[in-house]
Design a protein around this ligand. Structure first.
Ligand SMILES: [Zn+2]
Length: 261
């Protein structure tokens, strides 16, 4: 069911369309409800747990060399065992969906007849978020009886109406003015900004093995072996588990960073 949602989204289905489809087919939500809300679907589409990393597992591979499988009898929190089974959502599919979300957030909705417009076209796209529902704000060209104006609106509100989100419409000129003010404010303390900017640029450029997703995965794998080893010999694995936790956070950050980039 989760995979179906991912696929239908990539095939171009809107959250509302996918919801109607699930309802028509009588598929219930995890909470056992017949009604699917678009927000529920969005949560599913953004939940990295469906990649398979944190799914409950009955068995795990104890030894990667001789592939001996051992029952997970609860000694090891199942949460920490990654990649030892077929994930529900392949990583590629998950990442494609994340990119598709950003792309859709930046569609120039009034110009759908023309080629779709991507984020890099507007400096503010995928930066402006709705304070009420967390969705992206979208740039919209308004033509009100021949009077043209450009505004930014919450995607939830555009797609599902004021009941779904009542975040205000913002005129582009107001938005730009605010952004310029904010930039000037930051540039007022030039030394600090330069220093932290240099650091940021360095981080982006030097995306070495330490921070890349592959690097993190390799490290996670190593830590999990260690954790299983400790747990199997009934030793304390608390600090390793903690390290795995922080690596998972780092990985999540690396994944979202790469989408942003
Ligand atoms: Zn909103």
């Amino acid at each position: 069911m989760v995979k179906r949602i991912y696929q239908e989204y990539l095939e171009g289905g809107s959250l509302t369309q996918i919801a109607r489809g699930l309802e028509t087919d009588g598929i219930l939500t995890a909470a056992g409800k017949a009604k699917w809300r678009p927000e529920t679907l969005r949560k599913i589409l953004m939940n990295d747990k469906y990649i398979g990393d944190a799914l409950l597992q009955k068995t795990y591979t104890m030894d990667f060399l001789n592939k001996k499988r051992v029952q997970n009898n609860g000694i090891v929190p199942q949460y920490y065992v990654e990649n030892s089974h077929e994930p529900i959502i392949p990583r590629d599919l998950y990442m494609q969906v994340q990119e598709e979300m950003v792309r859709r957030a930046n569609l120039h909705s009034r110009e759908k007849r023309k080629k779709r417009v991507y984020s890099s076209k507007y400096a503010l796209s995928s930066i402006v978020y709705c304070p009420k529902c967390g969705e992206f704000y979208r740039r919209i060209a308004w033509n009100n009886r021949g009077k043209h104006s450009t505004v930014w609106r919450c995607c939830t509100r555009v797609e599902h109406g004021q009941k779904a989100c009542d975040a205000p419409t913002i005129h582009e000129s107001d938005l730009q003015e605010t952004v310029v003010k904010a930039i000037n404010l930051v540039l007022g303390s030039r030394d600090t900004i330069m220093e932290s900017q240099q650091k940021n640029i360095k981080t982006v450029i030097l995306q070495g093995d330490e921070t890349s997703v592959e690097g993190i995965n390799a490290k996670l794998k190593e830590l999990q072996k260690k954790l299983l080893r400790l747990a199997n010999s009934k030793k304390d694995y608390g600090s390793v588990a903690e390290e795995i936790d922080s690596m998972r956070d780092l990985k999540q950050k690396a994944l979202s960073d790469s989408v942003e980039r």
